[in-house]
Design a protein around this ligand. Structure first.
Ligand code: GDP
Length: 391
């Protein structure tokens, strides 16, 4: 995937009219960010589908765009829930087979199972006959499904209350998992995998394992879409996102270099700024450092928004990334101002000036992005530790 993108960008830089190259490189980057991912979440009414869909999208139940939770009404319709920051990623609330008023046979046709990349079958207890029926239909289509046993927090609470001093968390978790696996084996699945999840505490139990499994089993070109959408639930997720962002810096830098080749005074810096803003906005969203996400994390964890803000170092986090703000941050980076000045000056040197300006623009953009990516990664780690560390 990376090799293909490298080749595509090299070709744009070599072949096309230089004044179009920046826009064409941007198109390649846009296309990568718009890879569609459709995740179906299914199970009985009350199993926790809506709550899981909200948690995966980093939304609290009362937020705008959140799926309605706790309603006794049976969901009869397939409902789409796009991710607020990544509209290419959609979660679908699918009614369980047994909860529709159309028979199991018609279900597949009516719901249109083909369009989903994978299925999450959720249950708050052992999986039912209908869950199994659906899993078998999905298997027939050669698509993947994952069994998620929900509400683990409440199982642990109940067990703790009833066992008192005999309570053993690990044993309780193992027992629940084994019981679900046994039920699925009895229903004809040889070696089913079951993930224990609490939608109120995604950073606990098997959510990280589920995420890793989904990512590993997805086709390569869809992996980034899943990774970017995954909420910050562990330091490993932050590290993975950083790696993905880092591998793309060269493309942003190439787009900025292509922009610099247009010999119009002042344009190069304008192109740089818009490219930088696009990249940094992706970092801020991916790391959950935008204001709405941080407020939601505060509401969910009980750690105040101000306390989360207090651990942030970069002025670009928890702020609207505007050209003025970005230029102020860049001016404070040692050496960057000098590089920018040289670039503006060099474009007036005919012939030689253009390649020099391109090189400088590439260097400036990659230096600035690497630096900002490092700071935002650290901010994200600090916010994660502050929000979840004490638990
Ligand atoms: P749906 O009908 O499958 O969409 O189920 P909902 O998401 O509406 O959840 C049904 C009820 O279970 C709601 O009261 C939720 O708050 C609760 N619930 C869902 N997930 C969890 C969880 O992980 N832990 C706990 N304790 N309760 C949950």
């Amino acid at each position: 995937m990376e090799a293909e993108t490298d080749a595509e960008i090299r070709q744009i830089l070599q072949n096309s009219d230089q004044s179009l190259a920046a826009a064409q490189i941007n198109e390649v980057l846009e296309r990568q960010n718009n890879v569609p991912l459709n995740i179906a979440v299914t199970g009985e009414t009350g199993a926790g589908k809506s709550t899981f869909i909200n948690a995966f999208r980093d939304l609290n139940d009362e937020d705008e765009g959140a799926a309605l939770t706790g309603c006794k009404e049976t969901t009869k319709e397939v409902t789409a829930y796009p991710h607020p920051n990544y509209p290419n990623v959609t979660f679908w609330d699918l009614p369980g087979i047994g909860t529709t008023n159309f028979p199991a046979k018609k279900y597949k046709k009516k719901v249109g199972l083909e369009k989903f990349d994978f299925f999450i079958i959720i249950s708050a207890h052992r999986f039912t006959e209908n869950d199994v029926k659906l899993a078998k239909e999905i298997k027939k289509m050669k698509k993947t499904f994952y069994f998620v046993r929900s509400k683990i927090d409440s199982d642990l609470d109940n067990e703790k209350r009833s066992r008192k001093s005999n309570f053993n968390k690990e044993k309780t978790l193992t027992d629940i998992k084994e019981d679900c696996i046994k039920g699925l084996q009895d229903a004809g699945f040889e070696s089913p995998q079951v993930f224990l999840v609490s939608s109120f505490e995604l950073h606990e139990y098997d959510f990280s394992l589920l995420q890793e499994t989904l990512e590993r089993e997805l086709p390569e070109h869809k992996r980034d879409a899943l990774l970017m959408t995954t909420p910050i639930t562990s330091l490993e997720i932050i590290a993975k996102k950083k790696k993905a962002f880092k591998s793309k810096i060269k493309y942003w830098a190439a787009a900025s270099a292509a922009g610099a080749a247009v010999p119009v005074p002042g344009l190069s810096i304008a192109v740089d700024v818009s490219i930088l803003i696009a990249a940094i906005t992706q970092y801020v969203h991916g790391f959950g450092l935008d204001i709405p996400t941080m407020k939601r994390v505060a509401a969910r964890t009980g750690v105040s928004y101000d306390d989360l803000l207090a651990v942030i170092v970069s002025p670009l986090a928890a702020a609207e990334v505007t050209p003025t703000l970005l230029l102020r941050v860049m001016a404070s980076l040692a050496g960057t101002a000098a590089l920018m000045a040289a670039e503006e000056g060099s474009r007036f040197i005919p012939i030689l000036g253009i390649p020099i300006a391109m090189g400088l623009s590439y260097v400036t953009t990659s230096r600035v992005l690497s630096h900002i990516l490092n700071i935002l990664t650290e901010d994200s780690e600090r916010v994660f530790r502050k929000a979840f560390g004490s638990k």
